[in-house]
Ligand binder design. Structure first.
Ligand code: FAD
Length: 557
């Protein structure tokens, strides 16, 4: 992998397609385009997956709840893509059992919900991770002893998948780079350039690290900036109305012991009946999400005390004997859904009613904008968007010869190359011992495999060459210093935050959000990247500010 700095130096003067935004949507597009043999470059103003794509509920799912609003095509598309992504990234996309408790007086009877489960499995052509089943109240009590039993009629169990959204995005980008694409983080598009006819003809990119500028000519420019969509549209020209109606969703993280769930448990909020989940996450459990209109600047959203209390209220309603307190909340995260403003919306449509479907829009100046959609459907959205760009290139007479078909459904992401057919994570963890005859516990090896897939073997080689890298990043935790090296050398990390939030999940999982280790991480990154003392300090300060924003709700106490 070229480093981020090397990639900046190698930015081509001209490409077929320039992509703005390095979330999952942009990542999917650059991968699709690179695999078709197009000259493509992606620019991300912050880190890869800095926006919504590291702040989701981390599920690859069909969206069972959309059956209620008869959005069958959305569910069909999502469950089909769930299958594809499970095959592309089996190390990152893992089956997860969801328990759906049904109580007396529920809006939908147990019979109706079970029928919905059949429909859900049917839309997946019965290729769900596992077929659903229905537990009787006694079985629920055995499997989820802390869940409210009073009035419980039964609980269907169905299957979707959990993932690491930021790493899914990153691996998609790495695959694009390995196939000839260019993707640069910390590179903001400051302006669009236009030709004499007023058509968008390229982008002006700023290297956020040193302020230098580059102009890149492009035959097609794609705006894949999620919640920032309207900002880029504004660069394209003044607009009377906004394309998006962004809504905010937050999650809270607690110790597993404080909320020990074996399944992802589906909860209906006691006040507004919205669906949320309590999700098992190794040594932690997280609860989410909310859905509230947001009007501020993207990137500045945070969980308020009201948001946190809302999630705690739902949790305590369903797990009454295990009362969660505000002090149990280790961390929070908050993200914006880049939802398309419905045409018929007069402002009274509830947030959760706004469709999750994506849209591709072509401006009068030729700017292609893609917005909406889901993490789950990113690959298909990306294909559709590149198909649109190719149609435009064809009309312009700029369609390159000898394009390949791409077939992004077929090729595994980098961590899945060589992955065992039987999806045995432990088998790969054992292989690590062969590569690195060093003192790595099974827990750490398993963590590396779950994080990097087969690429964990490359990381193990780093440990073998340099044993001090075996040291934990945070004393007592499983992440090791080799992950910092790997993040910089192989995964484009360029700030402390990139490592703590998106290459590892220390930000979310550690009680102190890794603050006790930021100096150590920054010292190592300074050596690897060649930071000055000021740059090192700036990176530490930025990370501390990010942690402070995630804890801002406490100021309201
Ligand atoms: P983003 O990830 O936000 O990426 C856009 C990027 O553009 C950003 O990184 C930003 O920095 C960059 N950018 C902006 N301006 C510029 C510029 N001028 N120059 C360069 N770069 C720029 N979907 C699921 O399938 N499963 C889920 O469980 C799920 N849960 C969700 C939970 C919540 C709370 C939310 C908010 C969403 C959830 N979603 C889920 C939806 C999913 O996360 C989003 O649809 C998806 O991540 C959007 O990706 P994106 O690439 O379009 O946007």
């Amino acid at each position: 992998m070229p480093s981020r700095e090397e990639m900046w130096e190698q930015i081509p003067e001209e490409v077929d397609i320039a992509v703005i935004g390095g979330g999952i949507t942009g990542a999917g597009i650059v991968r699709d385009a690179a695999r078709r043999g197009l000259r493509v470059a992606l620019f991300e103003q912050n880190d890869i997956a800095y926006g919504t794509s590291s702040r989701s509920s981390k599920l690859i799912h069909g969206g069972l709840r959309y059956l209620e609003s008869y959005e069958f095509s959305l569910v069909f598309e999502s469950v089909s893509e769930r299958r594809v992504i499970m095959d592309l990234a089996p190390h990152l996309v893992n089956p997860l059992a969801f328990l759906f408790p049904v109580y007396q007086g529920a809006r939908k009877s147990l019979r109706m919900i079970t029928a919905g489960m059949w429909l859900y499995d049917g839309l997946a052509l019965f290729r769900s991770p596992k077929r659903h089943k229905t537990l009787k109240p006694g079985e629920v009590a055995e499997q989820e002893p802390l869940l409210k039993q009073e009035g419980l009629q039964g609980a269907p169990v169905y299957y979707d998948c959990s993932t690491d959204d930021a790493r899914l995005t990153l691996e998609t980008i790495i695959d694009a780079i390995q196939n000839g694409g260019v993707a640069i983080n910390w590179a903001r598009v400051d302006a669009l350039t236009k030709n004499e006819q007023g058509r968008v003809s390229g982008v002006v990119v700023r290297n956020v690290r040193d302020g230098s500028l580059r102009e890149v000519k492009a035959n097609a420019v794609i705006n894949a900036t999620g919640p920032w969509t309207d900002d880029i549209l504004q660069m394209s020209g003044p607009r009377a109305s906004k394309m998006l109606r962004p809504t905010k969703g937050i999650h809270i993280v607690v110790e597993r012991e404080r909320l020990p769930v074996e399944h992802a448990v589906v909860l209906f909020h006691p006040t507004d009946r919205r669906v949320l989940f309590a999700l098992p996450w190794g040594e932690r459990t997280y609860v989410g999400t909310t859905d509230t209109d947001y009007e501020g600047a993207p990137g500045e959203e945070y969980a308020t005390l009201e948001d946190v209390d809302y999630l705690i209220a739902a949790t305590n309603h369903y797990f009454p004997s295990n009362h969660i307190h505000r002090r149990d909340v280790i961390s929070t995260w908050s993200g914006l859904r880049p939802l398309i403003q419905p045409e018929a919306d007069t402002g009274d449509m509830a947030e959760s009613q706004v469709s999750r479907e994506h849209q591709i829009h072509i401006g009068e100046d030729g700017l292609i904008t893609i917005a909406g959609g889901k993490l789950t459907t990113y690959r298909k959205m990306a294909k559709e968007c590149v198909d649109t760009a190719l149609q435009i290139l064809k009309l312009m007479g700029e369609l390159p010869e000898e394009l390949q078909s791409g077939q992004t459904y077929k090729f595994p992401l980098p961590g899945a190359v060589g992955w065992p057919e039987d999806d045995d994570h432990d088998k790969v963890a054992d292989e690590i011992s062969e590569v690195c005859e060093c003192d790595l516990s099974h827990k750490v090896r398993r963590h590396l495999v779950d994080t990097y897939g087969m690429r964990a073997l490359e990381l193990a080689k780093l440990c073998a060459e340099h044993p001090p890298l075996l040291e934990p990043i945070v004393p007592g935790r499983i992440e090791i210093m080799a992950q910092v090296d790997f993040a910089v050398r192989e995964e484009l990390a360029a700030s402390v935050s990139d490592v703590m939030v998106r290459r590892t999940q220390i930000f979310f999982r550690d009680h102190q959000q890794g603050l006790q280790s930021v100096d150590k991480v920054a010292d190592r990154m300074a050596v690897l990247i060649g930071w000055s003392a000021e740059e090192r300090q700036q990176s530490i300060d930025d990370y501390k500010a990010e942690v402070a924003l995630s804890q801002k709700w406490k100021e309201e106490l």
